[in-house]
Ligand binder design. Sequence first.
Ligand SMILES: NC(=O)C[C@H](N)C(=O)O
Length: 337
Amino acid sequence: KDTEQRQKLANVVILATGGTIAGAGASAANSATYQAAKLGVDKLIAGVPELADLANVRGEQVMQIASESFSNDDLLKLAKRVAELAESKDVDGIVITHGTDTLEETAYFLNLVEKTDKPIVVVGSMRPGTAMSADGMLNLYNAVAVASDKQSRGKGVLVTMNDEIQSGRDVSKAVNIKTEAFKSAWGPMGMVVEGKSYWFRLPAKRHTTNSEFDIKQISSLPQVDIAYGYGNVTDTAYKALAQGGAKAIIHAGTGNGSVSSRVVPALQELRKDGVQIIRSSHVNQGGFVLRNAEQPDDKNDWVVAHDLNPQKARILAMVAMTKTQDAKELQRIFWEY
Ligand SMILES: NC(=O)C[C@H](N)C(=O)O
């Protein structure tokens, strides 16, 4: 392309972290059996030559891992690099290729801590590039399309999977074997079709430039762990997590974040010892925990996670606890973000 045409296109940086979108299987029939995090970012970009029609694209390999192994240090490393790039005058948008298992956690983390209105789009795939009907190429094409579109600015961190534009706050991996894997209880924000975005909704919760959190002020994250609620549950896991150093425990509760009578006394004790107790729900898609329903949260000084699933509640608790150790203040943050 001539220089004049190139100058008109947006500059998009692709930060690669691994996942199935960079995966490879033994044969084209292997859609589910393969190794994640094999291909480098240059190969990913070379695999979709049409990206050059959308933007001036360059890649950086930030890490090369399957996303189930993502650590808090990895989150910080990635978020700090995103912040540096977002400040650069010659970057208009950022795409992050990521494994789908914890993609919803990273997208929400970035949504909370990046102080920019430039588009940040997180993307993955359900099938490796070597499989028949691989979904990574189109997902990546859509991510670059959204990241280079001025309309995407100021809408928080976005996720492009299966032709949909989802809010990084709301979206969650709800299905693990289909390409239609990512859903939000509140619906997608828009669609991308043939490189063009169509928008229908805006996020109502605080994010990015309107967030009180800033990655530049965060150098470490407190330990927050999750324990699961089910019939016949005991308090063993909760006590062990606290003993292991958890500053907050997310209760991945049944229904409305309900807590078994066998577990309640231990959680009241742990709260007295300074551990934050955050009631979330593990119902698939559409958990919604009400304060003082099911449990007397005011009396116990516990927090409810609102509509955040347990893994997203962990992210918000870690970020919030870089600023406050007060349960009432944590609750305000859980309502607002
Ligand atoms: N589809 C995927 O990307 C799954 C993979 N285990 C990952 O999260 O890295």
